[in-house]
Design a protein around this ligand. Structure first.
Ligand code: GDP
Ligand code: MG
Length: 409
């Protein structure tokens, strides 16, 4: 089964090569490297150990393995909010600036109100008067009281007094809005620790912007070590992002994502379903038919040979031509790209550019000597050779890349 990965990995990297120079970046899955590595390892292990079931296509089995692993990685099941056994439940929201904490306050209040719970919002972001105004307006919109003491008081004091007030009014849930910074910093963490000490929250939810890419793991790790989160909320999933941050959160902190935000309105909050998220991550292209077609044009030995060459960096221009031919047999670039997850947002202009790049490479390879095709380093080493290739292919010398390796794998 593992050869299926080889097809996909190769085709993916092949096409990426010709798209990577495009400035208009298409959304790809951004995942922290250690998380991606351990994920690939566990999928490979499962896939290799899986017997092919009769009557089921191996590639369908493969997609299922990947899907199941993704669901597991994200916690498997829906995780509900935890409520305090006695007295008000305190939910503390933490996160960087602009990720959507204040918006989440209102969204959660709206959500909890529908469940029949009474709520109070506490304005503990004291750095900008506008932050308190924003929370006050949102509170009005959802019809819940907002406790604030202006910008002079300490956040931990505000939170403590807010909780006192909520107790006296027998409010079910107190949601504390806090200040974020552009980056993780000591002052923010200390302030959160003080608030935590003052109100002993039932839930400490880290709000994470779904656009957060590779840095998600470090971010979640830092907040979890410093303040000990109980879960996370992933916001802005209505955008282009594929939500790779979702994969890091559980893996790094051991804590589940509890909700997702899908827009700016107070109604745009939903419980987090790991299986739906897995579909979002996987299901953007027709993975199955893609793998199937790849299988038809390359036999297994070819793929393994190719993989070995890529690993040992001996991929030469002959291999390139062979693969270009194999890929051409699968159909046009636009058709192939439409089948690869994460690449279906590539614009027609980008596809034309990618096709042009392939043609451009071919025209140069066509005028190379057999030696040069075997050993791409000859071109890198000799200006004379590059000049000759450029002239014979009808290009300028500057158009001939100094190092072809970058263009090969
Ligand atoms: P905070 O600094 O963490 O409190 O972030 P805010 O709650 O003030 O939100 C920052 C911006 O992101 C605001 O313009 C929000 O309207 C917007 N925002 C928050 N959540 C979402 C979401 O789920 N989707 C979209 N598209 N925008 C959001
Ligand atoms: Mg805010």
């Amino acid at each position: 089964m593992s050869h299926l990965f080889q097809y996909m990995a190769f085709l993916w990297s092949y096409i990426s090569t010709f798209l990577s120079s495009q400035s208009n970046a298409h959304p790809t899955l951004q995942v922290s490297v250690p998380v991606a590595r351990s994920f690939i390892e566990s999928v490979t292990e499962k896939a290799v150990g899986t017997d092919v079931i009769r009557g089921v296509q191996p590639e369908q089995q493969l997609v299922k393995v990947v899907n199941d692993e993704l669901v597991q990685l994200m916690g498997g099941e829906v995780s509900d909010l935890v409520f305090a056994k006695t007295g008000p439940t305190v939910i503390l929201l933490a996160g960087l600036q602009g990720v959507g904490k204040t918006t989440v306050c209102a969204k959660l209040a709206f959500y909890l109100k529908k469940m029949g719970k009474s709520c109070m919002l506490v304005a503990a972001d004291v750095y900008r008067p506008a932050a308190i105004d924003q929370l006050t307006i949102l509170g009005k919109k959802v019809g819940v009281p907002v406790y604030s003491e202006g910008t002079e008081a300490k956040p931990s004091e505000i939170a403590k007094n807010g909780l006192k007030e909520a107790k006296s009014k027998k409010t079910d849930v107190v949601i504390v809005d806090t200040a974020g910074r552009l980056q993780v910093d000591k002052a923010m963490m200390n302030e959160l620790k003080e608030v935590k000490k003052a109100v002993k929250p039932t839930e400490i939810l880290l709000v994470v912007d779904a656009m957060t890419g590779q840095e998600a793991a470090a971010l979640v790790g830092a907040f979890n070590v410093e303040i000990g989160i109980t879960g996370a909320i992933l916001t802005k999933l209505d955008g282009d992002s594929r939500g790779g941050a979702a994969l890091s959160i559980k893996e790094v902190s051991g804590k589940p994502i509890k909700f997702i935000g899908r827009g700016e309105r107070v109604e745009d909050l939903e419980p987090f379903y790991p299986d739906r998220m897995a579909q979002r991550i996987l299901g953007m292209g027709d993975v199955l038919s893609f793998v199937e077609q790849a299988q038809q044009v390359m036999n297994q030995e070819d793929a393994e040979e190719l993989q070995k060459k890529i690993m040992s960096a001996k991929f030469n221009f002959n291999d390139f031509l062979k693969q270009t031919k194999a890929i051409a047999q699968m159909g046009s670039f636009s058709r192939i790209i439409g089948m690869i997850p994460g690449m279906n947002k590539v614009t027609p202009a980008q596809i034309r550019e990618a096709e042009k790049n392939v043609k451009f490479m071919e025209s140069m390879i066509n005028v190379m000597t057999a030696d040069e095709r075997e050993r791409p380093e000859l071109l890198a080493e000799s200006r004379e050779r590059r000049r000759r290739v450029a002239k014979d292919a009808g290009k300028t010398e500057q158009q001939v890349p100094l190092s072809f390796r970058r263009h090969l794998i």
